[in-house]
Design a protein around this ligand. Structure first.
Ligand SMILES: CC(C)(COP(=O)(O)OP(=O)(O)OC[C@H]1O[C@@H](n2cnc3c(N)ncnc32)[C@H](O)[C@@H]1OP(=O)(O)O)[C@@H](O)C(=O)NCCC(=O)NCCS
Length: 218
């Protein structure tokens, strides 16, 4: 299986993050995983299985034994007790992060196709301050940055959910850029909590895709 490491500055013996093309992530899921997706449409089954195969491979690279990654009633992944992680898929790619529970409290990963966050969606997805910042950019930079800001909110959501079990809306948090590779997230109402504190790592994977990862160490 050809997998591509992602954001290597945060990975190591306790955390693996990588992506792979969906078409290469073929194989048999664990029977219990298949139970969770057997009734879905074929395309959905493919991305679900791809995420599980990638997560299993990353677990092996960390020395973790194979174990089924079930889906909860609320559709969130139920990680085995020795690990935590996060999955994302888009049109052609799948990304995953897997960390040892002893070292990683939570992680969120998201991969997106550049250009899908059109300006007509901005009032839903972005606060006024975020939209003002995006509008101030050079026209050729806007598509990538808007996609990264959207992706950052998805990574944040996936990272905080295992800790809070809470829904968070797009207007509830605000993303800002701190440097070339990092974004931050802050609540738009109320005090920042521990799960807002970590930076969000942002990367342009290619001309067509971006990814973000939020990591909360244990
Ligand atoms: C759950 C959600 C974040 C998934 O994002 P997406 O871009 O639609 O899809 P992705 O492919 O990137 O991610 C899907 C994976 O997220 C994971 N996921 C689903 N619900 C989750 C949750 N509550 N917490 C953490 N991970 C979750 C699953 O592993 C899923 O893949 P699988 O079903 O194959 O296992 C999104 O559908 C959602 O419900 N968002 C809530 C609102 C929101 O986005 N708020 C952002 C403002 S902070």
């Amino acid at each position: 299986m050809t997998i591509h490491p992602l954001i290597t500055e945060i990975t190591g013996p306790d955390l693996a993050v990588a992506w792979a093309p969906l078409v290469l992530l073929l194989g048999d899921p664990h029977p219990e995983e298949w139970e969770d997706i057997a009734a879905a449409a074929p395309a959905r089954q493919q991305e679900f299985v791809a995420g599980r195969l990638l997560a299993r491979t990353l677990g092996e690279t960390l020395g973790l034994p194979p174990a089924p990654l079930r889906r909860a009633e609320d559709r969130s992944p139920v990680w085995p007790s020795d690990r935590t992680g996060s999955l994302s898929h888009c049109d052609t790619l799948c990304a995953a992060a897997v960390g040892k529970r002893s070292a990683i409290q939570s992680v969120g990963v998201d991969v997106e196709t550049i250009g899908r966050v059109e300006s007509k969606l901005w009032p839903t997805l972005f606060t006024e301050r975020e939209a003002d910042y995006l509008s101030s950019l050079a026209p050729e930079a806007i598509g990538v940055e808007a996609t990264l800001f959207f992706s950052a909110k998805e990574s944040f959501y996936k990272c905080q959910y295992p800790l809070t079990q809470e829904w968070v809306g797009f207007q509830d948090v605000e993303v800002a850029r701190t440097d070339k590779a990092l974004l931050t997230v802050a609540p738009t109402n109320g005090a920042a909590q521990a799960w807002h504190a970590a930076p969000i790592h942002a990367v342009e994977m290619s001309e067509s895709h971006v990814a973000t990862v939020m990591l909360l160490p244990a």
